[in-house]
Design a protein around this ligand. Structure first.
Ligand code: FAD
Length: 417
């Protein structure tokens, strides 16, 4: 295969954004994705609402790739634009969201990568990286054609698990101080809901119904989490399963347990929740969404204090107001803490490593402590980190410097003004 300027591994929100941005910057770009479609967790796990905006952002003030994506989603009737929700039903936890239809998002991502001129290998997994003099000299890929080698001048790891970085020998951490991971959730869609009737259910009634469901062993969280998608079908994020993605045997059992939970939850709703009397389950995600996997330890580790105190950085590439949001691994609730200043920043140094001079991290696997990670893991931030990774790749190729020594303040000017 030809040599690429930029190879992006993983076509989730971060990898999609990185590939489009690198190609638009004039770089020969290849995107490698193991699924048959782009979007990763955003589409395959049917998450269906973008979060991670800064408090002062409005639909009108959006810039760059997120602006383009939203305008295309709206034109295709895949979104009605920005709205607000209360996390855990708590009125103090107001966050901006953009709900979307996952299947329409898949189409738009296809269009945007194609129009940008990205080469795409779907159904292809990166299974190794070869290093020469502290640089990735080639990646090993596997698909139905067999095992092949492929070369790129810069590699962006947007795999969610930091798998390329691990293959390069980078250090990583996972979970909290005891290695405990947040639970995963299999999202499902349920149609035939009387939305007007459900809208009249008060928060205290929801809490009481959730208590009843928990007591009966039919529910797994202490609130009713169901909301309409733009097409009127409801989406629900209520299963909770323990998943360690580094134990595939246990993970496989957990996928089946998640499907069992969804059957129980949807039956409970149909039998107990006003508005769901004539509802029926239409689909579940292709896989259970994971909230945690490896966090690669990069040149800077974004700390909990950085987030809570809103520390600014000369090389900041993303800003957000999304709170620390950790779902209880053994209980039924979430631990949510807002940044004190209302906003936090992610420095470019959390996206680069010392072990591989031509590697950039993007999305959920960047270098952060457990709690800080629980703020950056949402999709608007992942997309912005993807954009930043690609801009860094383009700048380093243009300037002839290593991407892991690039002065991130150049990116700050472009991304945060
Ligand atoms: C249940 C749940 C609810 C959530 N709710 C929200 C929400 O409401 N709003 C929000 O904004 N965020 C939410 N999030 C968080 C968010 O969805 C994810 O953190 C985010 O989508 C991660 O994006 P990513 O691009 O880093 O990774 P992913 O979307 O997971 O993409 C990684 C991609 O890499 C591919 N890949 C992995 N390894 C390889 C390999 N070796 N070779 C080739 N391809 C590979 C995968 O197939 C995948 O497509 C939620 C997460 C979960 C689990």
């Amino acid at each position: 295969m030809k040599q690429y300027d930029v190879i992006v591994v993983g076509g989730g929100t971060a990898g999609f954004a990185a590939a489009v941005t690198a190609a638009k910057a004039g770089k020969n770009t290849l995107l490698i994705e193991e699924n048959a479609y782009l979007g990763g967790t955003a589409t395959g796990a049917q998450i269906s609402q973008f979060m991670g905006f800064a408090n002062d952002e409005t639909e009108e003030s959006l810039r760059g790739l997120v602006k383009e994506l939203l305008s295309r989603l709206k034109a295709a009737k895949g979104s009605q634009g920005m709205s607000h929700i209360y996390l855990s039903g708590d009125k103090n936890l107001d966050v901006s969201v953009i709900p979307y239809q996952p299947d329409i998002l898949k189409d738009i991502m296809d269009d945007m990568v194609s129009e940008a001129g990205v080469d795409i290998l779907l159904h292809t997994r990166v299974i190794g990286a070869q290093m020469t003099d502290g640089k990735i000299s080639s990646l090993t890929i596997h698909n139905v054609e067999g095992v092949q080698s492929i070369t790129g001048r810069i590699v962006i790891d947007a795999t969610f698990h930091g798998s390329v970085a691990v293959a390069c020998g980078c250090q990583w951490k996972m979970g909290d101080e005891d290695g405990v991971l947040q639970p995963g959730t299999l999202i499902y869609q349920i149609a035939g809901v009387d939305a007007e009737r459900y809208a009249k259910v008060t928060q205290s009634e929801k809490t009481a119904l959730a208590k009843k469901g928990l007591e009966q062993g039919c529910l797994y969280v202490n609130n009713l989490l169901a909301r309409p998608l733009p097409n009127g079908v409801f989406q629900s994020n209520m299963s909770r399963v323990k998943i360690n993605p580094l134990d595939t045997l246990a993970w496989s059992k957990a996928e089946m347990e998640a499907r069992r939970q969804v059957r129980k939850i949807s039956r409970f709703f149909i039998e107990n929740v006003p508005g769901f009397e004539h509802a029926y389950l239409v689909t579940t995600g292709d896989f259970t969404g994971l909230r945690d996997s490896r966090r690669i330890m990069g040149q800077y580790v974004l700390s909990n204090e950085d987030v809570l105190e809103g520390h600014e950085f000369p090389d900041a590439v993303a800003k957000s107001s999304y709170p620390i949001d950790i779902h209880d691994a053994n209980g039924v609730g979430s631990h949510v803490v807002k940044p004190k200043t209302g906003v936090f920043y992610v420095p470019y140094r959390a996206m680069i490593v010392k072990e591989a001079s031509n590697l950039v991290l993007a999305g959920r696997c960047i270098s952060a402590e457990h709690e800080a990670h629980a703020c950056i893991r949402v999709m608007i931030t992942c997309m912005r980190l993807g954009e930043a990774a690609a801009m860094a790749a383009a700048e380093s190729l243009n300037r002839g410097c290593e991407v892991n020594t690039l002065d991130g303040s150049i990116l700050k000017e472009q991304l945060l003004g």
